[in-house]
Design a protein around this ligand. Structure first.
Ligand SMILES: [Zn+2]
Length: 425
């Protein structure tokens, strides 16, 4: 089996892995300015998408141009299909503002026509007449966002198998159940994300308490609590947390469309009723009602999570000078984003203007990734059941992770670089 890494090695963003020159697992876009894309443009016969985040799915429509004789088949869960379309349409809009264009609406429609939704655990055979070798494909819940999958791929002719975690979380959140490693099949090769290698998460319940107390304290002192969130997963989870503590938030931005989409896929949620109830009690905001949301002490959950665009910039412009107000960041802020600039330098940039922020800034680790001990638990489980080759990807500490796996299990563990190719027999 030949594995070529086209992105997402020693970095977070533009994940793309090519198998035997025929099958692509993930084909992502790093939403920086300008965006970064996989190293090579490829002509696969199949595309398997682990989940809908842009850094895993964002460039899939670019593999669908009309001039190609054969458009690749796309395998993913049904909710990932719907989310990927929504986010791809948003990428076209952002591209118009920022001056890039990787695909158009017709490409998104072609992607939809060639999509095959796969259920967790369902066995799919990628037909040998097309591939020169039969592959068996299975997806497993990865516990990262609704519809997120770990990918199992077995090449029949060589009797060799691969397991790719995608982005994975073992602990459950209010929104989704965690991944269950006991259900994962044995595999010869493991490709594992390493975002939080070397770091543990704090206890989820304590974190929720701390977060809600801070929101309440801000409102009690007459301020506005602005909670920037990713549209997929984080917005819905934060609204559920606030609701369960009796706090009614305003909700603004694309997280609302994502909630409407989740309503059609209750089977991917832990408790669809609780999500619906939380949103039916929340107050939805559009551009006309933003002023009202700020006219009283309030909590406003809004996109974008790293402050690079979206309605959050409207709110920051209005409250940045108010020391009673607060910005509560809910996720990791990657380098080069407004969110990182806020954390490190106390300012944000919008419409070419730099705003010095006097409002208080706090960061909460509502991560959707496995922490250090969960990552190690996964590697132990696989290596103890016969895995011989481990490739840590998707993280800045992949080399240390590989070295830990080598020392602990004596397996071949390699931190690959973008553009490298490995043949495993
Ligand atoms: Zn992700």
């Amino acid at each position: 089996m030949k594995i070529k890494f086209l992105g997402g090695c020693n970095e977070i963003g533009r994940s793309a892995i090519l198998i035997d020159d025929r099958i692509v697992m993930d084909y992502g876009l790093r939403p920086s300015d300008p965006p970064e894309v996989p190293l090579e443009s490829v002509l696969p016969k199949s595309v398997i998408v682990s989940h809908a985040h842009l850094d895993h799915s964002g460039m899939v429509p670019s593999l669908m141009p009309a001039r190609r004789k054969r458009v690749p088949d796309v395998y993913l869960t049904s909710v990932t299909r719907d989310l990927a379309q929504l986010l791809s349409r948003d990428t076209i809009k952002v591209g118009k503002d920022q001056g890039f264009c990787f695909f158009d609406e017709a490409d998104i429609r072609r992607m939809d026509h060639h999509t095959h939704p796969v259920d967790y655990g369902e066995r799919i055979v990628l037909d040998g007449s097309d591939y020169g070798a039969d592959y068996e494909l299975q997806l497993f819940n990865a516990g990262h966002i609704p519809g997120s999958s770990a990918i199992y791929l077995r090449k029949e002719s060589e009797d060799i198998s691969l397991f790719y975690t995608g982005d994975i979380k073992l602990g459950e959140t209010r929104l989704i159940p965690g991944a269950r490693p006991a259900e994962f099949p044995q595999s010869d090769i493991l490709l594992i994300e390493s975002t939080y290698y070397g770091r543990e998460h704090s206890d989820r319940r304590e974190l929720e308490e701390e977060f809600v107390d801070s929101v309440k304290e801000t409102m009690n002192s007459g301020g506005n609590a602005i909670v920037p969130c990713f549209a997929v997963g984080r917005t819905q989870e934060i609204v559920m947390i606030l609701h369960s503590h009796g706090v009614t938030p305003y909700v603004d931005g694309m997280g609302l469309s994502v909630f409407s989409l989740f309503k059609h896929h209750p089977e991917f949620l832990k408790d669809a009723k609780a999500l619906n109830k939380a949103f039916s009690d929340a107050i939805f905001v559009n551009s006309k009602r933003r002023k009202k949301a700020l006219s009283e002490p309030s909590v406003i959950v809004t996109t974008a999570g790293m402050l690079n665009g979206g309605p959050v910039l409207y709110y920051l412009k209005k409250i940045h000078e108010d020391p009673k107000s607060k910005i509560l960041l809910t996720g990791y802020q990657i380098e080069g984003t407004n969110g990182r600039q806020l954390v490190e330098h106390g300012c944000v940039e919008t419409d070419g203007e730099v705003l010095k922020v006097n409002a208080r800034v706090e960061q909460y680790d509502f991560s959707a990734h496995a922490g250090d001990s969960e990552l190690k638990e996964l590697v132990s489980r696989f290596c103890n059941s016969g895995t011989e080759v481990v490739f840590p990807v998707h993280g800045e500490h992949a080399e240390e992770f590989a070295s830990w796996a080598r020392d602990k299990f004596g397996c071949e563990a390699i931190s690959p670089h973008n553009g490298e190719e490995y043949i495993i027999k």
